[in-house]
Ligand binder design. Sequence first.
Ligand SMILES: Cc1cc2nc3c(=O)[nH]c(=O)nc-3n(C[C@H](O)[C@H](O)[C@H](O)COP(=O)(O)OP(=O)(O)OC[C@H]3O[C@@H](n4cnc5c(N)ncnc54)[C@H](O)[C@@H]3O)c2cc1C
Length: 362
Amino acid sequence: VQELDAGGMRVRLSSGETISFNHLVVATGARSRSSGVSGEDIEGIFSLRNVSDAVGIKHYIRERKAKRAVIVGSGFVSLEMCEAFRKIGLETTVICRKNYPMSKLGEEFAGPILQQLQGEGVNFIPDTRLSSFDRSSSGAVWVHTDGASMEADLVLLGIGVVPEVALAEQSGIELGPTGAIAVDNHMKTNKEAIYAAGDCCESYHRISRRPSYAPLGDTANKQGRIAGANIGGQDLVFPGIMGSYCLKVFDLEVASTGFTPDEARKAGMQVRSATIKGKSRAHSYPGSVDLQIRLIADNENGRLLGAQAIGSEGAVSRINALAAGLAAGISLEELAYLDLAYAPPFSGAWDPIHIAAQKLLK
Ligand SMILES: Cc1cc2nc3c(=O)[nH]c(=O)nc-3n(C[C@H](O)[C@H](O)[C@H](O)COP(=O)(O)OP(=O)(O)OC[C@H]3O[C@@H](n4cnc5c(N)ncnc54)[C@H](O)[C@@H]3O)c2cc1C
């Protein structure tokens, strides 16, 4: 689609054809953020947004017999790609602007991720800004930073995404404070008969009660279905998000729902938090591993505001339970004695969730 005429209710395609509509869903997704430094268009520098990008990267590695990969950024996609690159034997270096990977989780959660990366042979370079790229005489890429320069056969830019809103913007569809398309709880834009869903639009954040931008696949699916149902004559409301997510970093599960302590404070809330190190199964049960959980609660009313968990098993299931509690407005008192399912292969009689809630109540 090259042009959207919202008033005239039609779109113009690159073929020149024009299509009229009674209803339209803008689902243009997001695009990879550019690094903004010179040389980004040199061959061998990739971002990963879709299956074609993945196929292109695989093909390039095979063709060029690549051995050294540099990943710029340390968010989800970057960390997941560390595992993919190490699995095929690539020397892998991560350049990170901040001190730690996944820095939004804070040091106590980023520490185990860093340990995992380094244990798997990933070279992690903190506090470093990319400055430019150059083609090297051997056909590789020189990656220049405000610290060292390094040569790589392949560079992956993993520095986030921006909503793809050009089409919407030029047709007068309103953007929200996050820069993504503003929608109401029926996924409708400000234009009659035009809806938006997925990575191109904002989501209402149920904890901050503000619009937020959290481009994730499960949210995109739900929003798309709500938009479609409403167009089809139903009256469905998208309840919003709580910022839940999870990822796998080699053997680690990392998961979060709601706010981290920093996010809560930035949203102007008075909070307290507690982090505990528990076990994924009953202590006595074989295979039990460390499981770190942090709970964040409102200082005044003791309601849960967020939770993070990390460990080689059981982190995601705990966060999903806590996400359900968060949606229901659960308090720490309720969490401390919550009737969670218990059997030794899955948890202790006191689950790490209970222990964390009890610690935070003290
Ligand atoms: C490597 C990777 C791993 C991920 N892992 C997870 C995960 O584990 N969990 C999770 O929740 N999310 C994950 N995501 C995010 C998830 O993929 C996205 O949130 C989801 O794909 C968004 O769906 P969408 O339909 O809104 O956008 P997209 O999937 O980006 O689709 C948008 C489509 O619109 C097309 N388009 C754009 N402009 C136009 C135009 N003008 N005309 C015609 N077509 C147009 C694009 O070409 C594209 O096909 C991951 C993303 C990546 C890149």
